[in-house]
Design a protein around this ligand. Structure first.
Ligand SMILES: [Zn+2]
Length: 232
């Protein structure tokens, strides 16, 4: 986590949102389900592990969208951006356990709780946490149009230096960007959120809010490798 200058005061809290998982063990803690069969076909093998996202959470997401984007919607339609994250946790289970309960998030205190559509474990297992037709809170300013992918780990180097996790991440991202017609330069790191042409935030105090995970220098490497997977 290297929050940018404007977010320095919130650094401690920011480290929690991406995500604050230390306190996420307990009776509700879950273990990952069994791995799906590997496949050479696109999309890459992934395992459904849905977090609860019932009517109440959808209503809260629509209310959130109205406050922040001026649209009373919880549906994600025609996503234009993919945001890569580092979870600040060691495991995918810790990420699941942070997202699953619908409590106000620890950084901004809003409902619904934060989430991402996918989490990828250090061993390269891909878990689908939220339906791609549903908006998730993972990146201020972009939740109206962005798919979120969490990677279990801390620094960006944990992903870039882990061949299995990186390979899974690149394959998933390539599949998603081709499915939705998302350009390589709209595959961004969380730390690049403010420079996205799709960034839009109605709450003045949040207009410069971002996090430090997956910095530009890391994403230069990531996008270079993504381009090597070829055109859609
Ligand atoms: Zn993040």
């Amino acid at each position: 986590m290297r929050p940018l200058a404007r977010a320095a005061i919130a650094a401690a809290a920011a480290a929690l949102l991406c995500l604050a998982v230390a306190a996420s063990t307990g009776p509700a803690a879950a273990a990952p389900p069994a791995q799906a069969q590997a496949s050479s076909a696109s999309p890459p093998a992934s395992t459904p592990w849905p977090i609860p996202f019932g009517a109440k959470r959808k209503r809260e997401m629509a209310d959130y969208s109205e406050r922040h984007y001026g649209q009373h919607r919880w549906r994600l339609r025609n996503p234009k951006v993919i945001v890569e994250h580092m979870s600040q946790t060691a495991t995918a289970a810790a990420v699941y356990n942070t997202f699953a309960p619908d409590n106000p998030d620890v950084e901004l205190g809003e409902l619904p709780n934060v989430c991402s559509h996918y989490v990828i474990s250090p061993s390269g297992r891909i878990f689908r946490l939220v339906n791609l037709r549903t908006r998730c809170r993972h990146t201020v300013g972009l939740n109206w149009t962005a798919i979120g992918i969490e990677h279990a780990g801390y620094g960006d180097g944990d992903l870039l230096g882990d061949r299995r996790q990186l390979r899974a991440s690149l394959r998933l991202t390539q599949y998603l960007r081709c499915r939705f017609g998302i350009r390589v330069h709209d595959v961004i790191g969380h730390a690049e959120s403010l420079s996205s042409p799709y960034h839009h935030e109605l709450v003045p105090s949040l207009r410069r809010q971002t996090h430090g995970d997956m910095a530009h220098s890391s994403m230069v490497v990531y996008r270079q490798q993504l381009r090597r997977l070829g055109r859609c």
